[in-house]
Design a protein around this ligand. Sequence first.
Ligand SMILES: [Zn+2]
Length: 355
Amino acid sequence: MIERALPEPDILYRALVEKDAAYDGLFFAGITTTGIFCRPVCTARKPKRNHVVFYPSARDALLAGYRPCKVCRPTAPPDETPQAVRALLADLGADPTLRLKDADLRARGIEPAGLRRWFKKHHGMTFQGYQRALRLGVAFGQLKQGGSTTAAAFDTGWESLSGFGEAFKALTGAAPSRAAGALITVARIETPLGPMLAGAVEGGVCLLEFVDRRMIETQIMRLKKLFRAALVPGRNPHLDRLAGELNRYFEGTLREFTVPLDLRGTPFQTRVWEALRGIPYGATRSYGEQARRLGGASSVRAVARANGDNRIAVIVPCHRVVGADGALTGYGGGLWRKRWLLDHEKASLCAAKRR
Ligand SMILES: [Zn+2]
């Protein structure tokens, strides 16, 4: 078991008071006056600041003598995808053109209103919207391979060409007849540091960011423009491989990612990102060192800016760059995540040495 650093207590307390779902599973709050521990999202009344102790895992809270709260059930896995939803997603993955109506959902034992809420929370869209986006993704693929608009529309379950055209344009910004751009397939991947948004094109992974990252909307806009692409939820072999590798990285058993990347950027950005990939697992370098390695001519500030523009967190390890004095400097995903990643890598190196 690797020890985890937690964010500052003030950040944790604010997350607890605000029931911030982004922190669910990341910490647990022991309430000293009741002897009970909770998830941050618990709906029970929140304790005063001086009556809370924070733990990185439910196990730690249990070992400290706290009992699990009956309201938020902190010992159940966080935010787990319900079994029925998992089966639904698997069926849609196998056949994205399935069109499930409320009656079909009820026949599967799923309450449509609850499902809508789940999709809103986890995918930022309704279930109907998600199905529509999946079908548009398939149609897009057909069009790119030279299929006719009519075939693409009817094969993917649209009842009218005009309806298809409108939905297509809303998603991609272009009419089906001009589907020339690329498609970025996106999926959410759950990690111990919170959910990440991953995206991939044919050539490889082009996006990996923490969902609550400050700049994520801007990053997505830039990505769409740079790739002249539409974002569509779905599955892609690179994303499947990425999820597996990330999982092993967070377990501490994977040091080098081998999933293909599409590091598109200016020539300078690409060089900076390649240089980041050269920093070994568990090691850190300063911005100055990075600049020197890039041949002196590049300023520290330009290197730092290109680091900040990195779109593929964790794999292109911008978290391994620190200030000249070793201080942790900015990180898009939050400083506490940067510290967590560095501690995690050092701890798994030490654990490997001990074995
Ligand atoms: Zn609770």
